[in-house]
Design a binder for this molecule. Structure first.
Ligand SMILES: Nc1ncnc2c1ncn2[C@@H]1O[C@H](COP(=O)(O)OP(=O)(O)OP(=O)(O)O)[C@@H](O)[C@H]1O
Length: 229
């Protein structure tokens, strides 16, 4: 194991269902991601990418194998430990998952509230600064319904990164966006992550953004393999 590894996965298997309906979706996954590394995971639909991402994020419990994320052992973690581990990560999904009844500023502040670490004025200030960094300084009080798809995804990025997480997990962050907005969104995410030395694991089918990766990994039939050239 490398000393500065922020994600270590060893001999990880995962199954859905039980009995005759049991289906293995991850087989013997071994993966190390260094701190600050930006890794893109590609592969056919249904190959297990989201399942691996959710296991690493502590969004579901690992069944077999070893999973260590920023020093936390998740393989045998109880629910409370998974909840704590989840708080330490930033998440960006295809559907931005913003609260429609909250403004951009309030949505980003929620990324800080879960930590209970900052006072209200600090949360306000940090969220506003983050929205300025993603180019939405003029839209702090807009509701998601008044923002474009790319702008909503930029709010989601600000929310994911405002607490300076060590890891950001992103699942198809550009899928709902046109080429230009998709590109803008990943470049903003890339620049912020590099400034904050944040590790990113990003799942995508979008070939147009592969160049932002330090490394590309490929999943096929539940196994990690070399990407086809
Ligand atoms: N909650 C679940 N219960 C049962 N089977 C599931 C569940 N979630 C995923 N699967 C199955 O596990 C396999 C892997 O799914 P997963 O979503 O991880 O693939 P993926 O590579 O992310 O696909 P896509 O690129 O389409 O998002 C698929 O066959 C899927 O149908």
């Amino acid at each position: 194991m490398k000393q500065n590894a922020s994600i270590v996965v060893q001999e990880l298997d995962h199954y859905f269902g039980s009995g005759k309906l049991q289906k293995q979706v991850l087989c013997n996954i071994n993966l190390e991601i260094a701190s600050g590394e930006i890794v893109i995971m590609t592969g056919p639909s249904g190959s297990g990418k989201t399942t691996l991402l959710t296991l690493i994020g502590g969004l579901r419990a690992a069944q077999r194998g070893r999973l260590q994320v920023v020093g936390h052992e998740l393989s045998e973690a109880k629910e409370e430990a998974l909840v704590r581990a989840r708080r330490d990560n930033g998440y960006i999904f295809q559907a931005h998952n913003l609260h429609d009844s909250l403004t951009a500023l309030e949505n980003v502040q929620m990324g800080l509230e879960v930590h209970g670490r900052w006072r209200k004025e600090e949360r306000h200030q940090q969220a506003a600064t983050m929205l300025e960094k993603v180019g939405l300084g003029e839209r702090l009080h807009y509701y998601p319904s008044d923002l474009s798809g790319g702008q909503k995804q930029r709010v989601a990025i600000a929310r994911a990164l405002v607490s300076h997480p060590k890891i950001v997990l992103a699942d198809e962050p550009t899928a709902a966006l046109d080429k230009k907005s998709g590109r803008d969104v990943v470049e903003i995410m890339y620049n912020l992550a590099k400034q904050q030395s944040c590790t990113i694991l990003l799942v995508t089918h979008d070939n147009r953004i592969l160049d932002i990766a330090d490394r590309i990994i490929y999943m096929e039939d539940g196994r990690l393999s070399k990407a086809p050239s």
